[in-house]
Design a protein around this ligand. Sequence first.
Ligand code: PXL
Length: 301
Amino acid sequence: MPIPTPRRHPPAKTPAKTPAMSAQPSRHPSPPAVLVFSGTDPTGGAGMQADVLTLASLGCHALSVVTAITVQDTIGVDDFLPIDAEWIADQARGVLEDMPVAAIKLGMLGSVEAVTAIAEVVADYPDIPLVLDPVLASGRGDALANEELIAALRDLLLPQTTVLTPNSIEARRLAEEVDTEGDDPALTECARRLLDLGCEYVLITGAHEQGARVANTLYNSRGVVHRLQWDRLPGSYHGSGCTLAAALAGFLALGQEVAEAAREAQDYTYQALVHAYRPGMGQYIPDRLYWIRGDDDGDAS
Ligand code: PXL
């Protein structure tokens, strides 16, 4: 599906008084709803803010369950406060019981207890496609998950995952593969192990590997589904993994099959990176609304 064309209408006026909820039919069809579980990022670059912006940009409605609150700038994460697991589950069940959800995306989860609670919630909705972005560390390397949490992801969430979206470092840690940096057959082996743990597809991103080109590879149990490559962009980016996983969930919610959704999500993310801006002293932030601004300097793909 092409990226939506910009619309410049003013927002619809809301009536002064909200009419009685029960008898009012909806005046417009609802966009597909995507439920995201993420930590907040006050820079607006990663986490929940990245997810909501990405999904809105693709024409989806984001349902936002906060799993942790972070203290960070565009350079690194200084601290985070995990939200109580029961509060996470209650936030999610509230919206899941209120409306149909077309896809679920998991980002930073914050604690083992949260992983356990979320695994129980999503187990009640086995037909909703689930995208798992295994957020283990910030771009600077600050830990956002410990070994116990990684083990819980492996045991409780991978078996329920439609598409896992690790970068190559996360793929090696989740697959318990060591000392193989830059070795592509080893990443293929990681993908095989992760698929054996129960996820349907793994999309391993390659920006952390060496080389002038960046290759991302989508695998399923039959092997490589596709491998897409781009020239490496200069600079380092805050929230690129969140953008990719949220876009993938969004395209699934819009009705695409996994391979097509992954392709479109990678293309969208690349465009957001081409148009990235640097609001602070650290990393660049992908521009998820690049298409709204009307400059087309970055259309080379
Ligand atoms: O980009 C991974 C990520 C996800 N979610 C939150 C983060 C980060 C990286 O810093 O802070 C909340």
